[in-house]
Ligand binder design. Structure first.
Ligand code: HEM
Length: 404
């Protein structure tokens, strides 16, 4: 059977028919999260599945069609810092858009953004591992994301893609992330342009159109799903692990990601205003969509092989796999065909809790067994792999899909 898609529904009976078909055909996926729980505090409550980026999408499609992208990419390579003026010579429409898109939202709170930096510094080791092995591996079982990534240009060179994605994780946590000498605004605005390009390009991929559920990828709902695989999942894990986090720091971390979502083009009415609201949205849109796809399994395998050769074997595929199992559970590990590890699986199950307690100073430090130091060393290496290794790499607008 042909997959249910907006295209099929539109074909079947026009826009109104499509909305009707949607509510009947996909009741479980209906969007019921209230905009009252958003940073806007109000909104029409329309399902963000049908909302993309009305400003960036036509603009980037036009840049591609009129052949401006190579020139734009060359110019944007020099645009690195938030406070830096845009390079001269950009097409006027792009320049005007980027000037608007680089502004922080009126609700951005600089004091919270500064405090988020403290949080990121204190928790940097955990964050590196969580972004890499919880969020990164989770992205391979978010089917729409896995398919989009696999069939887009970057899918053919995952190492390069990961370093670009890791750059965002690094920039959002770096000192001065959103200050004039930081880089997060630049990274987010460039990513918004890349996403717009992907919306134009992927529908032209003969592979993607065969497997995709929809005509146009990366809806605002999809962005929020991925967003939840990042800060919401990280906070869920830190809470599970009983890492003590002062309330103000937890709020600050959330805020840095709220601003991140805004800069990626997400409307205020879809950005949760609290962790409780984030969790309720994630329960609705993230948790139920997780499942394996052949493309996601291949991506996961590439990710697990990234540690090879970094440090003479400590970060072997087996350990990364074991951490993935520990963080995402047996079901996800099974989907991704991650083998069981005889040493690391039981060690993580029994020693991780006490290790966190020791690290957080809840238990007397001299009693820390050797295994805990092993974990600490692993954290350092893995954080380096997923975050600090993110070189000053340039995020560029793609012109093609994955080569055929
Ligand atoms: C590109 C981050 C949501 C699919 C990128 C890049 C970053 C990024 C930093 C630039 C890397 C590069 O150029 O390779 C994010 C963040 C998201 C998000 C932080 C949400 C909070 C999504 C979603 C999808 C998606 C929901 C798909 C459903 C892609 C694709 C590319 C891309 C296909 C381009 C890959 C390429 O051809 O190089 N994203 N993304 N992203 N993203 Fe996202």
């Amino acid at each position: 059977m042909e997959p249910l898609s907006r295209r099929n529904m539109l074909r079947a009976g026009g826009a109104l028919g499509a909305l009707g078909a949607l509510s009947v055909a996909t009741p479980a996926k209906a969007w019921t999260w209230s905009p009252q729980g958003s940073v806007a505090g109000a909104g029409v409550g329309a399902d963000p599945r049908w909302v993309w980026d009305e400003e960036a999408d036509p603009l980037v499609a036009s840049l591609i069609d009129r052949g401006d992208v190579p020139m734009v990419n060359t110019l944007l390579r020099t645009w690195k810092k938030n406070g830096q003026p845009l390079p001269a010579g950009l097409p006027a429409d792009l320049h005007a858009f980027m000037e608007r898109a680089r502004q922080l939202p009126p609700w951005a709170d600089q004091a919270k953004l500064d405090l988020a930096v403290d949080f990121n510094e204190k928790r940097g080791l955990y964050l590196g591992v969580l972004y890499g092995l919880a969020s990164g591996m989770m992205s391979t079982v978010i089917p729409k994301e896995a398919l989009a990534v696999y069939y887009s240009q970057g899918g053919a060179d995952m190492k390069d893609r990961i370093s670009k994605t890791a750059k965002l994780g690094y920039d959002i946590g770096a000192v001065n992330a959103y200050r004039p000498d930081g880089e997060m605004i630049v990274t987010a605005v460039k990513t918004r342009l890349v996403h717009a390009a992907v919306r134009h390009l992927l529908p032209q991929s003969p592979y993607w159109t065969q497997v995709a559920e929809e005509d146009i990828p990366i809806s605002q709902r999809d962005i929020m799903v991925t967003w939840h695989s990042l800060p919401t999942t990280v906070m869920r894990k830190l809470t599970d692990w009983k890492v003590p986090i002062p309330e103000a720091e937890s709020q600050a971390f959330l805020h840095s990601w709220q601003v991140g979502a805004y800069l990626l083009g997400v409307r205020d009415e879809y950005i949760p205003n609290s962790w409780a609201e984030a969790n309720s949205q994630a329960t609705q849109v993230l948790d139920p969509v997780l499942r394996p796809t052949p493309e996601g399994i291949k991506l996961a395998d590439i990710l697990l092989n990234l540690g090879k050769g970094i440090d003479g074997g400590l970060l072997t595929k087996g350990i990364l796999g074991s951490f993935t199992r520990f963080m995402l559970g047996d079901e996800v590990a099974g989907w991704l065909k991650i083998p069981r590890e005889l040493v690391w699986d039981p060690l993580l199950r029994t020693a991780w809790g006490p290790f966190i307690a020791v690290r957080e100073g809840l238990l007397p430090f001299p009693l820390a067994p050797k295994a805990y130091w092993l974990f600490d060393e692993f954290l350092r290496k893995a954080a380096l792999l997923f975050l600090s290794e993110a070189k000053p790499i340039s995020i560029e607008i793609p012109l093609t899909n994955r080569p055929t």
